[in-house]
Design a protein around this ligand. Structure first.
Ligand code: DX5
Ligand code: ZN
Length: 238
């Protein structure tokens, strides 16, 4: 799997900025994604919502399959599965072209079985923690993971405010991952999702985050993806 992650190119990068297409123009999703890819953002965060696990409904494997056909093989498709039945349908997302699947601990009865099955199916794998979910659930399966996604908003919608109480969760996670790597174990990305903007992204990097999902901070009426990305990059370099 390390080869997969190396192919995905994240090993050794300082910070991955993963555009969330939820706040993009969903009427022309492929073009919105292409704008992100043309700006150099090759890790696309696809927010899959089933209207049951979260109070919103977005898209599933058929749309993802079309996106993969439109965008070609290069961009990383990171599917954030906000669905109640990931244990029975995860293969459909891999078949549709996803490289990475992140599954909610709150929606998995048999989390260890699920994450090992996703890896065995050839995708990289992450678990997602809602703001109210303790980090311990991720620590129990940390040795099986490529990524832990810490939600900094309650899932379902873009454009929400960042929940700062996730700081301690991230710091505990970073300590556990550093210990795992020091003992010869797998490196694990800390991804954060929700309310990430230019004003807080450098702080998140300092907490130990290595992958930031950005939705409305990139896709908005104020500026283009490229212009918004420059503002975010400048904040990281300041
Ligand atoms: C929320 C999604 C997030 C969201 C991020 O349920 O998982 O990816 O789209 O959007 P912003 O960056 O606007 O909070
Ligand atoms: Zn998301």
């Amino acid at each position: 799997m390390l080869m997969v992650m190396r192919r995905l190119g994240w090993l050794g990068r300082v910070m991955i900025i993963a555009p969330s297409v939820l706040t993009a123009n969903l009427a022309d999703l492929a073009q919105s994604c292409q704008k992100a890819v043309d700006s150099g953002l090759d890790w696309l965060h696809l927010d899959v919502m089933d209207g049951n696990f979260v109070p919103n409904l977005t898209f599933g494997p058929p749309v993802i399959r079309s996106l993969r056909k439109a965008l070609g093989p290069e961009p990383v498709f990171d599917a954030h599965l906000m669905i109640s039945n990931a244990e029975t349908c995860f293969q459909d997302y891999i078949d549709a072209g996803c490289n990475h699947l992140s599954v909610h601990v709150e929606a998995a009865t048999h989390l260890h079985r699920l994450v090992t099955a996703i890896r065995a199916a050839g995708a990289s794998v992450g678990v997602v923690l809602n703001p109210g979910t303790p980090v311990d659930a991720a620590l129990e399966v940390l040795s099986e993971l490529d990524l832990v996604l810490v939600m900094s908003v309650n899932p379902g919608f873009g454009g929400q405010s960042f929940i700062p109480t996730v700081e301690q969760k991230i710091r505990r996670l970073k300590t556990a991952i550093d210990a795992q790597v020091a003992a010869g174990g797998r490196p694990v990305q800390i991804q954060i999702d929700g309310g990430v903007k230019s004003h807080n992204i450098a702080m998140l990097r300092d907490w130990g985050v290595s992958n930031c999902v950005v939705g409305s901070g990139l896709f908005n009426e104020k500026a283009s993806v490229q212009e918004n990305l420059e503002i975010i990059k400048a904040a990281l370099e300041a």
